[in-house]
Design a protein around this ligand. Sequence first.
Ligand code: SAM
Length: 285
Amino acid sequence: MPFEELDDEDRGQPVSPEEIPGTRLDPHRASAAGAYGAVWGSRDTNRHDRHVAAALAEIFGESEMRDVVQQNRAMQGRALATLAGEGHDQFLDIGPAHPAEPFLHEIVCRHRPNALFGYVDHEKVVVAHARVFLASPRVRAWEGDLRDIDTILNGPPFKSFLRANQPVVVVLGAILHFILDDQMVADIIAKLRQRLAVGSVVIITHATPDDIPEDKLARALEVYERNVVRLRLRTRRELADLLSECAMWGPGIAPTYAWRAEIEETMPLLDGPHLLSVVADLHAE
Ligand SMILES: C[S@@+](CC[C@H](N)C(=O)[O-])C[C@H]1O[C@@H](n2cnc3c(N)ncnc32)[C@H](O)[C@@H]1O
């Protein structure tokens, strides 16, 4: 898959996204990033994205759906604050969606101002927005597809920015459920283990069928399949199997709102519909 390198002169310039090729939203279809943004209340959405958000709100409730995405991001923030506090200084977030606060690289930089933070997404418009809004020499964005993890690991994020021979924190937030093929997901984790240095960590959040009433689940999956893409939700058991060669941190696989909820957090922690979350060392001792 092609990568586009960020030209030095593109970085940090005060331009409007409308002036930059690739930053216009596609008005004709919903996307994973757009639908997520619409649930979040982001402005980077079109009417198809908002239709998906409205349909999900009808099934689960509007504030419940917003809690799902906010608790998801909050868990990633707590995990990243912990990891940056422990000295990690290289981060790669694959599938960040459109920029929305809290920005994960800012959470990291509060603890490690010199940390390097890369974003990779397969949506051109997401990458373009990241380049416009998050530009800094220590924050970079590239186009890339998680299903082709070799190209990400052999490409610009690791050629010109991060060092694969030093520990890297990889964030896979609410993205693996877009990959239907279980073997491909297992291969992605295996390749991260092979290519990244010992000490590397993965943060995963994942949609789950656990604890969701069957009728609501079926309706939500249909909304997604009809308007965005098919999803492959995974159970706690399936996530545990996926990470069987990694070392999960306490408390293991937990609802996002419950993962180390004691860590200082400005966002209220609410139980309700949720994604599953886990942090794991890629290489078990
Ligand atoms: C639901 S959003 C998650 C946003 C963010 N990671 C979070 O947890 O708050 C999923 C993101 O993953 C991206 N995505 C989906 N499949 C992808 C793939 N195969 N490769 C790269 N990005 C992908 C979408 O474009 C979107 O930006």
